[in-house]
Design a protein around this ligand. Structure first.
Ligand code: SF4
Ligand code: SF4
Length: 166
């Protein structure tokens, strides 16, 4: 804009642009082309969306042969920007020495950032493919080990993805 307040035109329209009709035809052509492209809309919930491995759904805890991988180091809890994770460590006779006596994630707070997964030295907390989360109260949204633990087979695809791209 000039100091006197006049607008500067950055592009002068040509004759065909000024009469609009070719531009309207071009626009219609684009619309018609889109009509014949494959649908990408998923008719949820009748159709389920199956996310790819890079998808970051709710975090889960991995267990292998019935034992959680977590060693209760607390790194995930410290890095979590939403302060969603609470870990309480206890001793175990197993080789890893410590395990999470209590491990909770508040799913109302969680922003699915994946920092917990990134920082975990044991690959014990992994972003899953689960995206359907419904709660009727604040208490229900706090997931304990009973809802967080999943067998390693269920997150294998994600682990493979992390090994390949991390
Ligand atoms: S995904 Fe992010 S917000 Fe959610 S628990 Fe992990 S670090 Fe916290
Ligand atoms: S999930 Fe990983 S980062 Fe979090 S406490 Fe357990 S071992 Fe440490």
């Amino acid at each position: 804009m000039h100091s006197n307040g006049d607008m500067i035109r950055t592009k002068d329209l040509g004759f065909w642009e000024r009469i609009y009709i070719p531009e309207i035809i071009k626009g219609l052509g684009l619309t018609i082309r889109q009509m014949f492209r494959p649908d990408i809309t998923v008719q949820y919930p009748e159709e389920r969306f199956v996310p790819p491995a890079q998808f970051r759904g709710r975090p889960v805890l991995v267990h292998e042969n019935g034992v959680e991988r977590c060693v209760a180091c607390g790194l995930c809890s410290r890095v979590c920007p939403a302060l969603a994770i609470e870990v309480q460590a206890a001793e175990t006779p197993l080789e890893k020495e410590r395990y999470p006596e209590k491990f909770e994630i508040n799913m109302v707070r969680c922003i699915f950032c994946g920092f917990c997964e990134e920082v975990c030295p044991e690959e014990a907390i992994i972003m899953s493919k689960e995206y359907e989360l419904v709660f009727e109260s604040q208490e229900e949204a706090v997931f304990g080990k009973d809802r967080l633990l999943v067998p390693i087979d269920q997150v294998k695809e994600r682990l493979d993805f992390l090994h390949k791209h991390r």
